[in-house]
Design a protein around this ligand. Structure first.
Ligand code: CA
Length: 518
């Protein structure tokens, strides 16, 4: 039913598309680990940063306030964007041992077939080489912040400079030199602000040694939830390394750059060593260092968005270009004492997503529906007037861009995370998310088919916005649990989730364990 209505609405959308914007260009600006808390348009209470260029997309287009990811981790999100499918359907579950099957159908391939020229520039992170792109210029694996080696259409190249600036320059150059007789798809995909959060040298000291407001859960004790929340390895307290803290220089930096890097970090690191901080004061120091570095990376991303929008104007194609900004997932900026992502909890489940499409997307509109990066493939195909395959698992956002919510738009969303135990020791889980609740099963599968531990959490964001309490055994929630259990089963059926996942889905879980680090 949803599919039929969505198809009808997509058809209405397409008729309008043909009138207002025949075969629009499509630009996806995709960042890695960009928390919505670090985009000023999202109005975080801590007021961490001004992102005036990214904010333009909210003013001139639509801000999606509850854009969710199906599996909150880098590679799987990228595979989801390309295929419009969940991890269990596209085969890319985790960053440990998954490899993207480039033979499967992706939206860039379908656009290419429909006459679009296609390019991906920046972070790829899907192990196999890109398919469906006329031009690709990608970082190997995670890539480096300074002087990154890259792969240009199959050839190794070495660059000098800062990674975000380079990806920005290569992307705008490609737009200027494109074949003007065809519409284009450009995926400009930043490494930033991924760990280890190294800002451009010009942005060191951007915050003038600001002391950042602390999130309410910086010193979370993890009581009140199942054992998984406590038994992870992603805290500022125990997981944050010397490299994360910039107590050692980042890889790839050259002697000349290092001088400038040292001029900022050395005196501050000296003061840190002399202070011999411990306990909460050490966590507080790390939190402030982390935010200086993380937000410094965002400054370059925001500049890159500014340059991109300017290039579209210079080329006189801004009016006929759909620009979407989003991250591969959200990120913890100290909430629950964490950095990193992975959890179904809000900061990593939700990703920033903004879209501008002049004459089509309603300027200044805020969409509060449950949307997702799994919808992007069908959105881009819909915008281009290309039919989406029936086995894609999202829905086109085109009506939502116009401020119209289809009557049967999703009211619940399925989430599943797999990678375990390394890195970060986040317990695998799956569950159902609604506007208010989350009902989630956390479990470590065993080779004999049982699981241990194996428990459920119910969260109520209205009663407990920080998600520190588990209501699953509260009698007042008995009906909610029952309804959500049924909804979860319905979603698993609809999405064809297998009862038992293949063992490789879980990364290193069924391989010989590595010695546990102290
Ligand atoms: Ca990521």
């Amino acid at each position: 039913m949803l599919r039929i209505v969505c198809a009808a609405l997509a058809a209405i959308g397409l008729a309008a598309t043909a009138r207002a914007a025949d075969r629009p260009n499509i630009v996806l600006v995709f960042t890695d680990d960009h928390a919505y808390q670090a985009i000023s348009a999202y109005g975080d209470a801590r007021k961490l940063i001004e992102t005036s260029n990214i904010d333009r997309l909210a003013k001139e287009g639509v801000r999606f306030d509850r854009a969710l990811v199906p599996n909150s981790i880098c590679g799987p999100s990228r595979a989801t964007v390309l295929t419009g499918k969940y991890s269990h359907a596209n085969g890319f579950y985790n960053n440990t041992n998954s490899r993207f099957d480039g033979a499967q159908t992706t939206f860039p391939k379908l656009l290419q077939k429909a006459g679009y020229q296609t390019a991906v520039i920046g972070k790829w992170h899907l192990v196999s080489e890109p398919t469906g792109f006329d031009h690709w210029h990608i970082l190997p694996g995670q890539g480096r912040y300074y002087n990154p080696p890259m792969n240009l259409n199959g050839k190794q190249v070495q660059h000098k400079g800062y990674v975000t600036d380079l990806i920005s320059e290569f992307s705008t150059d490609w737009i200027r030199k494109r074949d003007k007789s065809k519409p284009f798809l450009l995926m400009t995909q930043h490494k930033a602000p991924h760990r280890e959060w190294s800002p451009a040298l010009r942005h060191l000291g951007h915050d003038k040694d600001r002391k950042y407001p602390e999130p309410a859960t910086l010193f979370d004790d993890y009581a009140g939830r199942g054992p998984g929340a406590k038994d992870q390895d992603m805290t500022l307290e125990k997981t944050f390394t010397q490299l994360d803290a910039k107590l050692v220089a980042p890889p790839g930096i050259d002697a000349e750059q290092l001088k400038e890097w040292n001029a900022y970090y050395e005196p501050r690191n000296k003061a840190f060593h002399e202070a011999k901080l411990t306990g909460r004061n050490l966590v507080r120091w790390r939190y402030n260092r982390y935010l200086h570095d993380y937000l410094g990376c965002i400054k370059s991303v925001d500049e890159a968005v500014g340059k991109l929008l300017q290039t579209l104007e210079d080329e006189k194609i801004a009016e006929n270009t759909l620009v979407v900004y989003c991250s591969d997932q959200g990120f913890y900026l100290g909430e629950h004492g964490w950095f990193d992502k992975r959890w179904v909890y809000e900061e990593s489940l939700r990703t920033p997503m903004l879209a501008r499409w002049p004459g089509m997307a309603k300027a200044g509109h805020v969409d509060k529906n449950l949307t997702s990066i799994v919808d992007l493939a069908q959105t881009f195909l819909g915008a281009a007037g290309v039919a989406a395959p029936n086995d894609m698992q999202g829905a086109s956002l085109v009506p939502l861009l116009k401020g119209e919510t289809p009557k049967d738009w999703r009211k619940s969303f399925y989430y599943a995370y797999y990678e375990y135990p390394a890195p970060h020791h986040v317990i695998p889980h799956y569950g159902v998310v609604t506007d208010r609740h989350k009902l989630v099963r956390f479990f470590v599968p065993k080779a004999d088919g049982t699981a241990s531990p194996d428990y459920w959490e119910l969260h109520d964001r209205e009663k407990d916005p920080n998600e520190t309490k588990n209501f699953v055994n509260d009698p007042a929630y008995a009906n909610t649990v029952k309804e959500l259990r049924a909804e979860l089963e319905r979603l698993r059926k609809e999405l064809k989730v297998p009862e038992t996942m293949p063992k490789e889905a879980y990364g290193g879980l069924f391989q010989a364990p590595k010695p546990k680090k102290k």
